[in-house]
Write a protein that binds this ligand. Structure first.
Ligand code: LMR
Length: 396
C-alpha cells in the first residue's frame, strides 16, 4: 500500500527548521519559525514559569484526567485575559471556553465542530496569512478563499479592498481575522476599522473567527485585545482561537484555547457540548501542565507582575531589533526603502523580499526565511545582524 504514496512537501515554516538543523554552516541564521530568541540566540523559559512549575511540583497530588474541556480555572482565566476583567459577556455567561492543544488545535477543533454541525462552509482568510490556515480548514473539508489584506505597492494594509470584499461575502460564510500582530505582515486594523468590520459582519450575518496568538507582543496586553473586544461587543456570535505559545513562551507545552461567544448561555452550552464531542474523538482530553502553569501565574499577583515584566522586556528587544535592522539597512544607502518595517508590529516583519531573494539567502548564506519574505525579528541578535544585513544587500 505505502508504495502508492506521494511524498508530501516539507512544511513551509517548520520544514525550514528541519533544513536549518541539517545545515553544517556555523554562521547559519534561522529567521523562519515564530519563536522568541534572546540576544544570545536562546529561547529561555520565563522566570515566572519556572517558579510556577516549582509550585505545581510541590502541590500536584494526582495525574488523573482533566475534563474534556480542560482545567476549568484555566478556562475562566483565559476568558478574562481575552475579554477583560470587567467583561459583561463573561458575567452573562455568553462565553464558554475549552482548553486546546495549542492555537493550531483550537483552529482545527473549530473547523471540525463547524463541519459536523453545519456542513461544509466557505472560510475567508486574509491574503497573506499564516501558512497553516488554509490547510487546516481544507483538511476539515471546508472551502477556503482569500480576501485582500496587504497592498504590496504601498506596503500597507489594503483596507479599502478588504472592506469592499467583506461587503460581498455571503451570509453564513466565515471570515478569519487576526486579533493582533498579523502573521505574516505585522499590520493590524485600528480601532475604527475593527468597529467598521464588526458592523459589516453583524449586518451581513458573516461569522467571525479571530486567531489570537500574539496578545502582549504588539502594543501591550490590554491594548492588543481592543479589536477583539470591539468585535465581541458588536456581533452575536464569535469564535476565538488563542495560543499561549508566544506570550508565556510555552511552545512545547501546546497550550491554547477555543472561546465560543453566543447570544445566550443556553446556545453557548449547546455549542460547548458539540465541541466536547470533537475533542473526545480526537485526543480525548488535553494535557495538564501548560494550563496549570498559566493558572498558577494568573492566580498570583506577584507572579503575574513578574510574567508581565518579562513579556514586556521580550517585546522591547524585538522592537529594538526591528529599529536596528532598518537603521543598518538605511546606513547602506540602498535604492530600496525598508522603513515600512517600522510600521509593523509583533514578532514578524514582512520584508518585501521576493521568493528568489529568499532562496538565495538560504542557498548562498544559510539564512532561513519563510518564502513569503517573512522574517522572525525575534531571531535577530546584535551578533548576527551585520551578517544578515550584508546578505540582504547582496541579494537585492
Ligand atoms: C509561526 O508562524 O512561525 C508560528 O506560528 C509557528 C508555527 O506553528 O508555524
Amino acid at each position: 500500500m505505502l508504495e502508492k504514496l506521494q511524498k508530501a512537501p516539507i512544511d513551509p515554516i517548520l520544514g525550514l527548521t528541519e533544513l536549518f538543523q541539517r545545515d553544517p554552516n556555523q554562521q547559519k541564521i534561522n529567521l523562519s519559525v515564530g519563536v522568541y530568541k534572546d540576544n544570545l540566540n536562546n529561547t529561555p523559559i520565563f522566570n515566572a514559569v519556572k517558579k510556577a512549575e516549582r509550585i505545581i511540583l510541590e502541590k500536584e497530588k494526582t495525574k488523573t484526567y482533566l475534563p474534556i474541556s480542560g482545567l476549568p480555572e484555566f478556562c475562566e482565566k483565559t476568558q478574562r485575559l481575552v475579554l477583560g476583567e470587567n467583561c459583561k459577556i463573561c458575567e452573562e455567561e455568553r462565553v464558554g471556553t475549552v482548553q486546546t492543544v495549542g492555537g493550531t488545535s483550537a483552529l482545527r477543533i473549530f473547523a471540525d465542530f463547524l463541519r459536523n454541525n453545519f456542513g461544509h462552509k466557505r472560510i475567508w482568510i486574509p491574503d497573506p496569512t499564516w501558512e497553516n490556515h488554509a490547510k487546516i480548514f481544507q483538511m476539515a473539508g471546508h472551502e477556503v478563499t482569500t480576501y485582500p489584506y496587504y497592498d504590496s505597492l504601498t506596503q500597507s494594509l489594503n483596507w479599502y479592498s478588504l472592506k469592499l470584499t467583506a461587503e460581498k461575502i455571503p451570509s453564513g460564510d466565515v471570515m478569519l481575522l487576526h486579533g493582533c500582530c498579523h502573521n505574516p505582515t505585522g499590520l493590524d486594523l485600528d480601532k475604527s476599522q475593527w468597529e467598521e468590520i464588526s458592523n459589516i459582519l453583524n449586518r451581513k450575518g458573516i461569522l467571525p473567527l479571530v486567531d489570537f496568538a500574539y496578545q502582549g507582543l504588539g502594543d501591550g496586553l490590554e491594548e492588543d485585545a481592543i479589536g477583539i473586544r470591539i468585535m465581541a461587543n458588536n456581533v452575536p456570535e464569535l469564535f476565538i482561537c488563542y495560543s499561549f505559545s508566544k506570550n508565556f513562551g510555552l511552545y512545547n507545552e501546546r497550550c491554547g484555547a477555543l472561546l465560543t461567544i453566543g447570544e445566550n448561555k443556553e446556545f453557548v452550552q449547546k455549542a460547548l457540548s458539540q465541541i466536547k464531542v470533537v475533542i473526545r474523538t480526537n485526543y480525548s482530553n488535553p494535557p495538564s501542565h501548560g494550563a496549570q502553569i498559566i493558572n498558577t501565574i494568573l492566580s498570583d499577583e506577584v507572579l503575574k507582575i513578574e510574567w508581565l515584566e518579562e513579556l514586556n522586556r521580550m517585546c522591547q528587544r524585538i522592537k529594538d531589533m526591528r529599529c536596528l535592522l532598518v537603521e543598518k539597512l538605511k546606513e547602506k544607502d540602498l535604492n530600496k526603502d525598508f522603513t515600512h518595517i517600522l510600521k509593523q508590529k509583533g514578532m514578524f516583519s514582512y520584508t518585501g523580499l521576493s521568493k528568489e531573494q529568499v532562496k538565495r539567502l538560504r542557498e548562498e548564506f544559510s539564512i532561513y526565511i519563510v518564502e513569503s519574505g517573512r522574517i522572525n525579528v525575534a531571531g535577530i541578535t546584535t551578533q548576527n545582524i551585520d551578517r544578515l544585513v550584508d546578505a540582504i544587500i547582496k541579494v537585492i
